[in-house]
Design a protein around this ligand. Structure first.
Ligand code: HEM
Length: 504
């Protein structure tokens, strides 16, 4: 028999589990969406589950997102939740290895590099990089044979991962990184990336080869960026349009410029932040376009309308023009709704926080409290795939974003009618509120600052590919999500068939 200790009534309901310590980790790890929907049915929008000894309190829905992402950093700490697995990869003195106020200053420095002026230069650079890749890489060998009208296929994640790192390094990361990509840099990147897994999140230090490789790769990567900085300082070549140039000009509020190792580590953090998020989104977008040829044709026709010259010939896009393409934009927006790369966002609870009764309460005149030592978790994936909020939530339907009277808007009005709540959802816009059901880029003080760059990078890549290729899905249905990686990637097999567009 077991001594049953009565549970503190102020605690949110605890998800039932058989295995102490391990708790609900397998259910969450295999399929968080199904797990959270089941828990919601049983316990409501707020509940706590156990995951390898950690207690994680989940707050679902727009109000849950607001509770977690709009919380004060004094109470809900991102650095306490993440530093154990980000600092070995990014390095010391940046991001979650520094107090939040310092990281907020660093985010401000990065924003200087993410300027419209730089973006104007990037569109052309990305287009040329994708073009070169298509004319060089084995995945596109049929495309390279000009006169062949055959179909061939490629692994979309592999292709998108390569194109993403090539285009990010040609633009943000800078010329030296791009030139090193064919050499040692790629290997270092792979080793570093191997240290950015759910296993590393759960167990910061294990005596495994991948952990050793991660640490060795970090040291070399940091040295690599610092050696670029030294050469740049000694040389006379100008690098006006990359992130390193922007960071070299910045100083903290107390007047101190960034140290070389801080710049190096911010560059590593940005490389990691943008790589899987963008390559995953690009892969899912292409998979859906291959599965919906009519929508792919609409994207193509939009290109022809704005940039078409003679058949198959296009003039380059400007950044301003790229931003004003509603069909391409809605393809990316809808892909991020159905496949937000980051499905769960966590914070460590530093001091007890009362849960607003509108979100969850045990009875009319009492409240729940999240105690110190718990983690809180917001799940944009749940609110973005909630059938109570979105009509045909499982259907990838870009048109829902361009039509204010469209499916999603109507569904949301029904949600408002049912709950009596008015929420600024921002249809057709990027909603910045912390209480929105649509948050692929997070919200609040930790919100993504790479969103505009991601749209620019993805939009240019997709447009360049669609201008030249027809796509078809190889399998009968889309791949499932792989939840065993930090980012929601498509499971293998994920091949797409393509053929070169013909105009005769
Ligand atoms: C934060 C998603 C691309 C840099 C975030 C967060 C999300 C996110 C959900 C919030 C994390 C949290 O609150 O814990 C995405 C998606 C992307 C993308 C879906 C692409 C489709 C990028 C790119 C960069 C970047 C390209 C860099 C150039 C950052 C930074 C933060 C952030 C610096 C701030 C982290 C913090 O304040 O704690 N991103 N991101 N992201 N992202 Fe992105």
């Amino acid at each position: 028999w077991q001594l049953v200790v009565p549970r503190d009534k102020s605690l949110p309901p605890l998800v039932f589990h058989w295995l102490p310590f391990i708790g609900s980790a397998p259910s969450y790890g295999n399929d968080p969406l199904t797990f959270f929907f089941k828990c919601r049915e049983k316990y409501g929008d707020v509940f706590t589950y156990v995951m390898f000894g950690r207690k994680v309190t989940v707050a679902l829905g727009p109000k849950g997102n607001n509770f977690v992402l709009g919380g004060k950093s004094k109470a809900f700490s991102a650095e306490d939740a993440y530093t154990h697995f980000t600092t070995p990869v990014f390095g010391k003195d940046v991001v979650y290895d520094v107090p939040n106020e310092v990281f907020m200053e660093q985010k401000r420095f990065v924003k200087v590099g993410l300027s419209t002026e730089n973006f104007r230069v990037y569109v052309d650079e990305i287009e040329r990089e994708v073009d070169d890749f298509m004319n060089r890489d084995g995945a596109f060998r049929i495309y390279q044979m000009n006169d062949i009208n055959e179909w061939a296929s490629f692994d979309v994640l592999k292709v998108m991962s390569e194109i993403t790192i090539l285009t990010a390094s040609r633009t943000l990361q800078g010329r030296e990184v791009r030139e090193s990509l064919d050499k040692s840099f790629s290997e270092l990147y792979m080793d570093l990336d191997g240290g950015f897994t759910p296993l590393n999140f759960l167990f910061p230090n294990l005596p495994l080869e991948s952990y050793r490789k991660r640490d060795a790769a970090h040291i070399k990567m940091s040295e690599f960026y610092q050696s670029i900085l030294k050469k740049r300082k000694a040389g006379s070549v100008s690098h006006d349009h990359d992130m390193m140039a922007a960071l070299m000009d910045q100083q903290y509020r107390n007047g101190r410029p960034l140290a070389d190792h801080e710049i190096a580590h911010i560059m590593i953090a940005l490389l990691m932040a943008g790589q899987h998020t963008s390559s995953s989104t690009g892969s899912w977008a292409l998979l859906h376009l291959a599965d919906n040829p009519a929508i792919a044709e609409a994207v193509y026709e939009e290109q022809v309308k704005h940039f078409g010259l003679s058949e198959g010939q296009f003039r380059p896009m400007t950044y301003e023009e790229l931003r004003a393409l509603p069909i391409l934009d809605s393809v990316i927006r809808e892909t991020l709704r159905v496949h937000p790369p980051i499905h769960s966002i966590m914070r460590y609870v530093r001091e007890p926080v009362v849960i607003p009764p509108t979100l969850s309460a045990p009875s009319k005149d009492s409240t729940f409290v999240v105690p110190k030592g718990h983690y809180v978790l917001a799940c944009p994936l749940v609110s973005q795939m909630d059938p109570k909020i979105w009509r045909d939530c499982e259907t990838w339907e870009p048109a829902r974003w361009s039509d204010p009277e469209g499916a999603a808007a109507k569904a949301y009005t029904e949600y408002e009618d049912a709950t009596g709540e008015q929420i600024d959802f921002g249809f057709g816009l990027v909603s910045k509120g912390t209480e929105s059901p649509y948050q692929p880029f997070g919200a609040g003080r930790h919100r993504c600052i790479g969103e505009q760059f991601a749209y620019l990078q993805l939009g240019t890549i997709i447009a360049t590919l669609i201008r030249k290729l027809e796509l078809r899905l190889d399998a009968d249905e889309l791949p499932k999500h792989n939840f065993h990686t930090m980012i929601m990637l498509p499971k293998d097999p994920r091949t797409i068939s393509y053929r070169r567009r013909h105009f005769d």
